[in-house]
Design a protein. Sequence first.
Length: 369
Amino acid sequence: MSALHSNRIRFTCVGVSSSLVVCGANTGSLYVFNKESESLRHIISIPDTHGALSKVSICPSDENIIATVTSENILMVMEKKEDKRERLLFRIAEHEKRITTLEWARTPNTLALFSGDEGGRVYVSDFQKALFFRPDLLYECEAEVVQIQHMKGSLLISSRVRCVIIDFRKDQAFKVGTKPRDGAYGACFHPRATTTPDLVLQLSPEFETSVSDLVLASRPGKRLWLAQCSSARVLSTLNFKHDLTSARYQSLAHPFPSAMPSSVSVKALSFGTLHVLPESALVVSRWGDILVVLDISNGRVLAWHCDLKGIHELAVDERAVFVLHSAGGGDGAHDKEELCVSRIDFLPTTTFLPHALALVGAEGGGGDE
């Protein structure tokens, strides 16, 4: 793994798009890399920011636009074109609590950003409304927002207590299930979850031909709820307790299954945030420093990994997971500890290809002042 070669610069967050990897740093700047060549394209300096950036998200409809959260909990939306200097598009200071998640609208030609915070509030910033605007408070959860995902006119909000689906076409919000939970549990859309007969057999007969888009929600005890997107009705509970115990442990440093580390207990494992890789339809879940790879369509655990220590966060694209983690094997909690980004490619054949990204910041930190 090639980490950042500077004692002054430390990556603190990561985001990806179709062609870019963007890392926020403790200097208050964004480092923009070409995803394939891993070369540094440019550095974006965030105005009036001197502390570490905590979140970053690239607009899917325009890669020149990047949202980030400053150490002062201010949401900044920047634009940087190749031949022009970066400019601040919007500054959003409505969140009173720590911003925990960002999600751009996944609709073509739409420039809207959803942001959730520690207090349970979800705001939407529609940048096409007017030149001067205030973000709208979209929804207020009972607890901290863990994960947000947008798809086809619906917004999925996962808090520490429950999941909610907002249907913008119906202008309604639906709670997924009735039983609450307590923990950093995530949720995601999974439009291909019923493409194979194996999973459909687990559903009630009346849903076999009517379900198209589905929602997955993490539950305690190595379980996932499978719910219908249009109604938020829970169709099935998928229990991976026994499958996870028998699933192979795979080290990211070696191509073959290996012995499970003695320090790791499967009993303590749960599913946390959920991330779908559209090309393979696999789901990657993170719980602490453990990554679990799920094949939802066939209802099984493919593999799990625990040799990336000090995981801070994940970012995904069509086929790969980008993991921001400790470069030295520690827990990554110390401000002086180097963090680096590893890329894990998951192919449709369920083979994974780990790759250490050589994302290197400028030695002199040009543009960071």
